[in-house]
Design a protein around this ligand. Structure first.
Ligand code: CMC
Length: 430
């Protein structure tokens, strides 16, 4: 009989082949697109043209990651996302983003041990989660609360030295899967599953969420969760990462920064889109209705969830990976295949129509929900899964900024009166 690790290795091989194929297509289609200007040496002050929503604003420089929106490429510390997703453990990518380069065998082993050592969740956090009303409380609200509680338990939370904050970051990265899994199971009135300390971050997460050994679910499920975590780990100065940095720049504690970042990610224009994509596909319901639905959505100026991006003006590389993985997972499930077919048709229509007109393409959230649903996860948990991964980017970038910290403090143009006369309250009339 094959061991669990042998089965996981086979799954990783299958998944690698799919990613390598997606990467080859992406490179063939986009390699010749010229590099836009946001790379190279940088010093303040900088001249930039700003637009609403801080479009065009530059927060500073970073060595952590780069989104090339013209090409549709994503790099973490110089490594292409396709290479990382095809070849690495999520733990290697955490190390890469936090420390600057990929670990060697010994460094990785020590780092994995450290993460496992930090996995357990204090009982008080579980007690609080059990008191949160379900099902109307969104799991992201519960997650935000859990991190806040974790912060109250850490007597060293206010030590804002880089070393102390990095330690908090690693602990939170290790704990988040267990917290999210607990939220998922409490919502469904299921017993909590003890963490499997012999298992990778991705495997333990799936196991504690679903209660099934990842081998029983599907031989490639561990590999696919590993890839999904890698793909979502960092993404430029996105809304939640920026939120985390802004909060951390006041020299408050890392817990507060992560609570804020979770609040930001929850929104439907950001991480909350993945959940809504599934509702949208379910609403369409049938591949024969896609065209009519799309026409109606355009006529009523409806937002298409999982499409469009502030930076990408090309197909999102993470979507290129998740699309074939969603298809692979759906192959054994007619129900999921029905949803996948609807998604693929909508993807084609949008690319043909809006890709040309407005450079709108599917983003990471369009196919991630299909992947998670096929792994046995409920829609409401999709955005918390995003957080389990993105916490790496949040903390890596907050730590990077902390090293040369200056409080974030922009201004707004005042458009009100300049010399209003104060009228005593008894004389005010409206
Ligand atoms: N459906 C229909 N039209 C769209 C969409 C969409 N999903 N996205 C952009 N547009 C149109 C928009 O109406 C506008 O048209 P016009 O110029 O005629 O007014 C134009 O494209 C520019 O859009 P914008 O809203 O100014 O773009 P933005 O950079 O401010 O917003 C976005 C980016 C991601 C918030 C937006 O594309 C959107 O709301 N998408 C749907 C939600 C979604 O999928 N969010 C996940 C983003 S990726 C993962 C993440 O970061 O979490």
């Amino acid at each position: 009989m094959k061991s669990r690790d042998e089965i996981f290795k086979e799954g990783r091989k299958v998944v690698k082949k799919i990613i390598d194929q997606a990467a080859e297509t992406a490179r063939a289609e986009t390699d010749n697109v010229p590099e836009p200007g946001l790379t190279g040496d940088f010093t303040f002050p900088v001249k930039a043209t700003l637009n609403k929503g801080l479009e065009g604003a530059i927060t500073g420089s970073t060595g952590i990651g780069y989104v090339n929106g013209e090409k549709g490429w994503l790099l973490y510390r110089g490594y292409n996302i396709f290479d990382l997703a095809a070849n690495c453990d999520f733990e290697e990518v955490i190390y890469l983003l936090l420390y600057g380069d990929l670990p060697d065998v010994h460094e990785l082993e020590a780092f994995k041990k450290k993460l496992i050592g930090y996995r357990s969740i204090p009982e008080v956090v579980i007690d609080v989660l059990k008191k949160i009303p379900t099902p109307h409380t969104h799991p992201m609200a519960a997650l935000r609360t859990a991190i806040s509680v974790l912060g109250t338990l850490d007597a060293t939370a206010d030590d804002c030295s880089v070393d102390a904050e990095r330690e908090v970051a690693i602990r939170l990265i290790a704990q988040l899967p267990g917290v999210v899994a607990a939220i998922a199971r409490i919502r469904e009135h299921k017993r909590l599953v003890p963490q499997d300390i012999s298992c990778t971050h991705a495997c333990n997460f799936l196991y504690t969420m679903t209660g099934e050994s990842p081998i029983d679910i599907n031989n490639i499920s561990e590999a696919i969760m590993n890839v999904a975590l890698i793909l979502h780990a960092d993404h430029g100065m996105n809304n939640s990462t920026f939120t985390g940095i802004v909060i951390n720049s006041s020299l408050t504690d890392m817990y507060s920064s992560i609570v804020g970042a979770i609040g930001s990610l929850k929104g439907p224009l950001h991480g909350g889109a993945n959940e809504r994509v599934l509702y949208m596909l379910e609403e369409i319901g049938n591949i024969n209705k896609v065209e009519e639905w799309f026409k109606d959505a355009r006529a009523t100026k409806r937002k298409l969830m999982g499409f469009g991006h502030r930076v990408y003006k090309a197909y999102d590389p993470r979507g290129r990976v998740l699309k074939p993985l969603a298809k692979k997972l759906a192959e054994d499930h007619p129900d999921f295949m029905k949803l996948y077919d609807i998604a693929e048709k909508l993807d084609d229509l949008v690319c043909k129509k809006l890709g040309k007109e407005k450079r709108i393409f599917p983003n990471v959230d369009f196919y991630s929900g299909l992947v998670y649903r096929s792994l046995g996860i409920k829609s409401a948990m999709f955005t918390p899964i995003f957080a389990v991964s993105r916490i790496v980017g949040w903390t890596a970038r907050a730590l990077e900024y902390l090293q040369t910290n200056r409080i974030m403090r922009p201004r707004a143009v005042y458009t009100g009166d300049l010399k209003k006369k104060l009228i005593p309250i008894e004389k005010r009339k409206k």
